[in-house]
Write a protein that binds this ligand. Structure first.
Ligand code: NAD
Ligand code: LMR
Length: 330
């Protein structure tokens, strides 16, 4: 057995935290040979609930769970952290404007970025799940100037998995028949699921849906893009188990690699590829190997896709400018 990996989960007492921690401890995220130290970060009022979750984690007697610590102090929680899952965030409240939401989240992700900068391990990898995830990741990154920028990522894997599931349903294929899916842009209804480069049993996915641009535009893209709202409507609470599962997938593939010939979607700092504004945290198709990711290059982007990618990127640029205006990023 190797040395345990220090995994910080913020918002550990929340609903995603509850679905996530047990799967991390079972080995689903880092594999069957890697023990973990779980560090649960919460606000002081939720520490007791986190203690309850820790009791249950102990009661599972997971062989890979080396230790659990609970914190209400980000600096202590991130000291020596190898992986940070930033789940806790401020939801939009009644009468809250977008700028208020960004500012409230700045109050969470700025100090967490600073804490990561101050004490995280050299190999720290960060996944931001808490919404607005892409821009929260940008805030954390901007406040951790000594950490390589590419270590800050945001989650669009749930959108990716939703896009696969919807395509499987439409084509009658199984999810494992579908490869090379990609989500471009923001984790918001503007994100763009790419059927032009995806495959169903090796066949081009757009052709597999009969090259039906109306269905793509009017049904598929909005169904995937608004799935989060549909879940909230049905459940009375936002997605939790599926979000946790996507977070497991994201870190699993980043650390352990993507399958040969396939790729996944991760929101990562743009290097300007495909005309996406440099520096914003935008979703791209990526392959992972040796703990690093690379953007898949050379994909064909037809006009409809380019329009949609431009729109979702413009939304991210707007969010970046708003947090710049609030002094949360430089
Ligand atoms: P939740 O309200 O059940 O839990 C959030 C937890 O975060 C709470 O326990 C709260 O006490 C804690 N928290 C708040 N501020 C904190 C701080 N500064 N430090 C540590 N903990 C803090 O919410 P949830 O359902 O678990 O969702 C969490 C976030 O994930 C939300 O922002 C949600 O919108 C987002 N989300 C993202 C995706 C995605 O695909 N990116 C999917 C689903 C949900
Ligand atoms: C989701 O995609 O399920 C969530 O981001 C929705 C939300 O607003 O929490």
């Amino acid at each position: 057995m190797s040395t345990p990996v220090n995994v910080v989960v913020t918002g550990a007492a929340g609903q995603i935290g509850y679905a996530l921690l047990f799967r991390i401890a079972s080995g689903a995220m880092l594999g069957p040979d890697t023990p973990v130290n779980l560090r649960l970060l919460e606000i002081p009022q939720a520490v007791k609930a986190a203690e309850g979750t820790a009791m249950e984690l102990n009661d599972c007697a997971f062989p890979l769970l080396a230790n659990i610590d609970i914190y209400d102090d980000a600096t202590k929680a991130f000291d020596g952290a190898n992986i940070g899952l930033l789940v806790g965030a401020r939801p939009r409240g009644p009468g809250m404007e977008r700028a208020d939401l960004l500012e409230a989240n700045g109050a969470i992700f700025k100090p967490q970025g600073e804490a990561i900068n101050a004490g995280a391990a050299d190999d720290i990898k960060v996944l931001v799940v808490g919404n607005p995830a892409n821009t929260n990741a940008l805030i954390a990154q901007a406040n951790a100037p000594d950490v390589p920028k590419e270590r800050f990522t945001a989650m669009t894997r749930l959108d990716h998995n939703r896009a696969i599931a919807q395509l499987a349903e439409k084509t009658g294929a199984t999810v494992s028949d579908i490869t090379n899916m990609a989500i471009w842009g923001n984790h918001s209804p503007t994100m763009f699921p790419d059927l032009y480069n995806a495959k169903v049993k090796g066949q081009n996915a757009f052709e597999a849906v009969g090259s039906d641009l109306d269905w793509y535009r009017e049904t598929y893209q909005p169904t995937v893009g608004k799935r989060g709202a549909a879940i909230i409507d049905a459940r009375g609470a936002s997605s939790a188990a599926s979000a946790a599962s996507a977070a497991i997938d994201h870190i699993h593939d980043w650390v352990l690699g993507t399958p040969e010939g396939d790729w996944v979607s991760m929101a990562i700092p743009s290097d300007g590829s495909y005309g996406v504004a440099e520096g914003i945290i935008s979703s791209f198709p990526v392959t992972c190997s040796g703990g690093e990711y690379s953007i898949v290059q050379g994909l064909e982007i037809p006009e409809f896709a380019q329009e949609k990618i431009d729109a979702t990127v413009a939304e991210l640029v707007g969010e970046r400018d708003a947090v710049k205006g609030l002094g949360l990023v430089g």
